[in-house]
Ligand binder design. Structure first.
Ligand code: MF3
Ligand code: CO
Length: 254
């Protein structure tokens, strides 16, 4: 089966993931008020090229950019633009890095300047949801266990999780089996097995979990105009526990 990866393949994905993680670190200082998401996109593409990697999203189903850049009420798949970030904006940058044919996928919400307490709380909770989901990414547990863990953390803080967008298996192509739902019931769904590599990428919103795709065919904007935040890692299912591949070095999560 193509869905299970050998330790060697996982190590290759971790090399892509390491480049991605160092790019994410660089973005923490690069992203500030006055920078445009198109400039962020250019920064990422150059950063990757200098490290022998390419942005897999570019050209994927006709998508023209290296990153998705989703500002404020854009939930995901925002297109980079010349619009400059303003103080208090939040932006989710999502990228898939290809290094020698193996991929790693991660998204992160960044603050431009000083953001409101409510945005910080949304961001913090979205990050906690990601790690609550990752903690369930072990052999024998089910996709529903990941989803349930995410939803518990979100609802405890009064946020909703979008069900229109899922994580996915990943390897030498972006979207592989299985789909990884972020909403669902514990004990239900596909059973995780050692060697699977998946993304977990819940989107939390302060409002209603309903988006509309704009006329560009990509931008998913909240119908009620409320902000959302999203954190995503690529994770390998191993007998030792969840192995985060989109870290500077592969990191066993416990
Ligand atoms: N990074 C996206 C994801 O998490 C993958 C592709 S979006 C696209 O699924 F814009 F590039 F198509
Ligand atoms: Co992604």
């Amino acid at each position: 089966m193509t869905d299970w990866k050998t330790p060697e393949q996982i190590a290759r994905m971790a090399r892509a993931g390491s480049i991605l993680a160092s790019c994410r670190e660089a973005l923490k200082t690069y992203i500030r008020p006055g920078v445009s998401t198109l400039e962020i996109d250019g920064f990422v593409e150059k950063f990757l090229a200098e490290r022998g990697a390419t942005p897999e999203q570019k050209g994927y189903r006709g998508y023209p950019y290296a990153t998705c850049a989703s500002v404020n009420d854009v939930a995901c798949h925002g297109m980079p633009s010349r619009d400059r970030l303003r103080d208090g904006d939040i932006v989710t940058v999502d990228m898939v890095v290809n290094r020698d044919g193996w991929l790693a996928d991660s998204a992160w919400t960044f603050a431009a300047g000083s953001v409101s307490a409510s945005s910080l709380r949304l961001m913090r909770t979205a990050k906690r949801c990601l790690y609550a989901g990752i903690a369930q990414a072990v052999p024998g547990s089910r996709i529903g266990d990941i989803a349930h863990a995410i939803q518990r953390v979100a609802s405890a803080k009064g946020y909703a999780v979008l069900s229109d967008f899922t994580g996915h298996g990943i390897g030498s192509s972006i979207h592989e089996w299985p789909p990884v739902r972020h909403t669902g019931k514990p004990g239900k769904g596909i059973r995780l097995e050692e060697g699977m590599v998946i993304t977990i990428e819940p989107i939390l919103t302060a409002g209603k979990p309903k988006v509309k795709i704009e006329s560009d065919g990509w931008t998913a904007r909240a119908v009620d105009g409320k902000r959302s935040a999203q954190y995503e890692h690529t994770v390998a299912i191993t007998r030792d526990g969840p192995l985060i591949l989109t870290a500077l070095t592969p990191r066993l999560y416990s």
